[in-house]
Ligand binder design. Structure first.
Ligand SMILES: NC(=O)c1ccc[n+]([C@@H]2O[C@H](COP(=O)([O-])OP(=O)(O)OC[C@H]3O[C@@H](n4cnc5c(N)ncnc54)[C@H](OP(=O)(O)O)[C@@H]3O)[C@@H](O)[C@H]2O)c1
Length: 255
């Protein structure tokens, strides 16, 4: 039975950031794309744009990144593609949601800490669980793997800083989770990889809010389309040479 793989992306926003770029690139590469985000109408618009370009994308909106809602989204994803003539398998999953609180430590409220940790860590755990359970249903593909689980990290995954106490706690948590999973599930031919995005990303939001000199200077910011290329490279790695972690930064980043 022919099988057209599914990529699940959580944290797509309006489609103008890393999640959107990954969805577009994987769609062009022949993946069905399951889109998870909180804003149903922008998600619907983004899915339609992928489908107009010949893709097979579908929105799975959730109200928040909880265990329950992520479980329901995965159930809906499997049901959505269950009736076709070919076998629909979730082969790649990207945890891209990553809200940040950028404030001095003593100004951060309990609510903000809870929101950051709930989405970054608890949500990431839930997404990883559903992805791994899905991959375990798959046989080995041509690269010798059952599936690839990717996490989008940040500079704060490695280094705390003066305004990042809450954000760094969440990002370090996700990095630690990804390394633990890479070790636990490698022996089941499930590839887990983490990407440290060490610099500012040219998202739709950044285009509207940042200094035009930064927006126009390709040396100082990351293009999300190029991050997506790195994600496709990770997914296509053969089991004899897997990356757990890579870091990506623009040429002039002062790291
Ligand atoms: N932007 C940067 O300069 C930068 C730099 C380094 C690393 N990163 C990381 O890159 C990843 C992708 O981000 P992106 O900037 O390219 O934008 P993006 O692809 O548009 O995705 C970011 C997602 O975070 C999600 N999110 C979940 N809960 C949130 C909350 N309470 N508040 C705000 N957002 C929330 C949003 O989810 P919904 O889809 O549900 O709205 C949003 O789509 C994130 O993990 C981020 O930490 C970003």
């Amino acid at each position: 039975m022919a099988s057209r793989p599914i990529l699940v992306v959580a944290g797509v926003g309006t489609g103008a950031g890393t999640g959107g770029s990954a969805a577009r690139l994987f769609s062009k590469a022949g993946y069905r794309v399951a889109l998870i985000a909180r804003n149903a109408s922008s998600l619907q618009t983004f899915a339609a744009s992928l489908n107009e370009s010949g893709g097979d994308a579908h929105p799975f909106p959730i109200s928040s990144y909880t265990h329950g809602s992520i479980h329901e989204a995965f159930t809906a994803i499997k049901q959505h593609w269950s009736g076709g003539s070919d076998k629909a398998e979730i082969r790649a999953a990207l945890w891209n949601a990553g809200p940040g609180v950028f404030k001095p430590f003593l100004s951060i409220t309990e609510e903000e800490v809870k929101d950051t940790v709930d989405t970054n860590v608890i949500g990431g755990f839930a997404f990883a669980r559903e992805s791994i359970l899905s991959f375990k249903e798959n046989g080995l593909d041509a690269k010798g793997k059952r599936g690839t689980l990717l996490f989008t990290g940040a500079t704060a995954s490695l280094r705390g800083n003066v305004l990042t106490s809450a954000f760094a706690a969440g990002k370090w948590g996700i990095r630690a989770l990804s390394q633990s999973l890479a070790k636990e599930f490698g022996k089941e031919n499930i590839h887990v990889a983490h990407a440290i995005i060490d610099g500012g990303i040219l998202t739709g939001r950044a285009k509207d809010s940042r200094d035009p000199a930064w927006v126009e200077n390709e040396d100082v910011r990351l293009n999300p389309d190029n991050i997506a290329e790195a994600y496709l490279y990770l997914v296509n790695q053969d089991r004899s040479a897997w990356t757990w972690e890579l870091d990506l930064r623009p040429a002039h980043e002062k790291w």
